[in-house]
Design a protein around this ligand. Structure first.
Ligand code: FAD
Length: 527
């Protein structure tokens, strides 16, 4: 057999990285086949260059790690602006930053490999990867610490025809495809040989999912059509229809009721057809079948373009990993409050690919009571007991008022960039102080063992959320349930999103795109 069928395509000095052919991967290479790392630094492997992974890398400052980053995407994407990319309010290149730019640190050794991880072997501490290049070369990387930040995939709920016929809005490429398709629909409807019915079908845009992404996309599309396309396609402008389908009774469920009501009324005024309480049962090439949940009434909507935005699900590689570590019965990878994957000791998971197991808190509470009960002798003082409870109440304010109903009150953290970024920076801080904290632990008391946890647990700080509604109006829900809706919030949105950009380069590109749009409108070229 040719050499290339076998071993070693390349070895990267000091990184412990070796490339294997497919044949070798399947027979699982032995550890001693891998070269020894060239130094004694702890190897940290980071999977993913999204919000969580990038925040971890940006905040990691301790030079005692050898860091390897693996992701099929060699850039970070500012996802909150993807709906703006779909209609050209902002250009795709303005919302991305090469990961190599972000990680070129002076004191931490970081290497990036453009590849996807297809298997995590927790037992032998190895990551199996496939390069994103055409040859799909495979290689294995070993680690001391693994940071899983792979995000999630789109959830189609196994609805027939979605994968084949709908657009997603998850990645930059999705936004670019949607932009081309919208213009495509307008050009197609303007052709001379189409019947009016066919033109109407082609210009029927359906958005499935009334969460923040679906709502923002519908609003952006409405603005694009009413501000720019009506001037360029006057003959078909009256045939355009935007429909938003939502299975529950209201859109923007996670927001304050005032925002939901305002958004629904605004969409009615704008002529966006809002269908709530309806779920999609099937999508064919030209029609979407729906069912009214309460009555069971079925109907079909002929469409030209459909965007599916109904939430996220766990990636297959993570599901496979969950089976290995005894989490097969869960839907999402569970970590403890220190972001360590349950059932492992050196793997951390953050962002959309994992959830903190809140049930653990219940166990901790009962452990406190058990310990207090056993220690009637007084080993656990009332003060310690109170401290422990206070600590849990501090982390989970909802417990304060209703310790008896904790179960129903336990909520998972939302799958947002805000949570992912805070988790990334928390974990980097733990890694930065790993040695110090191991020597002098600073976290809360352990109830099942003696001593303290090394670090303080992760605490999420909610800074508020936005829902842009089009027409230069945004709804903002800030901490303390302070709600603001309208043009002033739109300016707050502009300032926050400009300030949150990952670099000065993207910041200036985004701001200049907004100014270009104000002056010249959006570009509708088909490129
Ligand atoms: P991601 O950012 O999705 O990153 C995952 C990374 O893993 C990517 O780099 C990917 O290439 C990589 N990866 C995937 N598979 C593999 C593999 N097999 N091996 C290695 N690497 C892999 N949140 C907000 O807070 N505010 C908003 O306004 C907001 N708007 C949004 C708008 C849109 C259109 C979308 C899609 C999301 C929005 N979100 C928003 C949610 C936010 O983007 C996510 O919660 C956030 O991206 C999660 O970060 P993450 O790092 O977990 O995953």
């Amino acid at each position: 057999p040719s050499l290339s069928r076998f071993l070693v395509v390349f070895a990267v000095s000091g990184g412990g990285l070796v490339a294997y052919s497919e044949a070798n991967i399947q027979t699982s290479p032995k550890i001693d086949e891998l070269p020894e790392p060239g130094n004694d630094k702890k190897k940290v492997v980071v999977l993913g260059t999204g919000w969580a992974g990038t925040s971890f890398l940006k905040n990691l400052k301790n030079p005692s790690y050898d860091v390897q980053v693996i992701s099929p995407r060699n850039y970070f994407a500012f996802t909150p602006l993807l709906p703006s990319v779909t209609v050209g309010t902002v250009e795709a290149r303005s919302v991305v930053e090469p990961i190599r730019n972000i990680v070129k640190k002076k004191n931490v050794n970081v290497n990036y490999w453009e590849a996807e991880c297809y298997r995590i072997d927790a037992k032998s501490k190895k990551i199996y990867c496939r390069s994103s290049q055409d040859d799909k070369e495979e290689f294995v990387v070993d680690y001391d610490y693994l940071v899983v930040a792979m995000g999630a995939r789109v959830n189609t709920f196994n609805t027939p025809g979605v994968e084949e016929n709908c657009h997603y809005l998850k990645e930059v490429e999705d936004a670019q495809k949607i932009r081309r398709k919208v213009i495509d629909c307008f050009e197609k409807a303007s052709l001379p040989n189409l019947s009016d019915d066919e033109k109407r079908r082609v210009l029927q845009f359906v958005v499935v999912g009334g969460g923040p992404t679906g709502v923002e996309f519908a609003a952006e599309l409405h603005d694009f059509v009413s501000e720019d396309l009506v001037k360029l396609y006057p003959s078909v402008k009256d045939l355009v229809k935007i429909t938003l389908l939502e299975a529950t009774d209201h859109i923007l469920n996670m927001f304050d009721k005032r925002i939901t009501t305002f958004a629904e009324e605004k969409f009615h005024r704008d002529g966006i057809d809002l269908k709530t309480g309806e779920m999609v049962t099937k999508v064919s090439e030209k029609e979407i079948s729906t069912k009214v949940i309460k009555t069971g009434e079925v109907s079909t909507i002929p469409y030209g373009m459909a965007v599916w935005s109904t939430g996220i699900a766990t990636r297959p590689v993570i599901m496979d990993f969950m089976k290995q570590i005894g989490q097969a019965n869960r839907r999402v990878l569970a970590t403890d409050e220190w972001l360590r994957v349950e059932g492992t000791n050196s793997i951390y998971a953050l962002g959309d690919c994992a959830t903190i197991n809140q049930r653990k808190v219940m166990e901790d509470i009962s452990a406190i009571f058990e310990k207090a009960d056993k220690d009637k002798s007084g080993t656990l003082t009332v003060k310690e007991f109170q401290e422990a409870l206070d600590d849990i109440c501090d982390r989970y304010p909802q417990f304060k008022s209703a310790l008896s109903q904790v179960d129903s009150q336990m909520k998972n953290l939302p799958a947002t960039a805000q949570v992912a970024a805070q988790q990334g920076s928390y974990l980097a801080d733990c890694f930065n102080r790993m040695e110090d904290c191991t020597k002098s632990p600073e976290g809360p008391l352990r109830f099942r063992e003696s001593g303290r946890h090394r670090f303080r647990p992760f605490r999420y700080k909610h800074l508020g959320q936005f829902a842009p509604l089009g027409g230069e109006q945004t709804a903002a829900q800030l901490p303390g349930d302070w709600v603001s809706i309208g043009h002033s919030s739109q300016w707050l949105w502009y300032s926050v999103y400009a300030s949150k950009q990952v670099s000065w380069r993207t910041r200036s590109l985004v701001v200049s795109d907004w100014m270009r749009r104000f002056i010249f409108g959006r570009d509708s070229s088909q490129i």
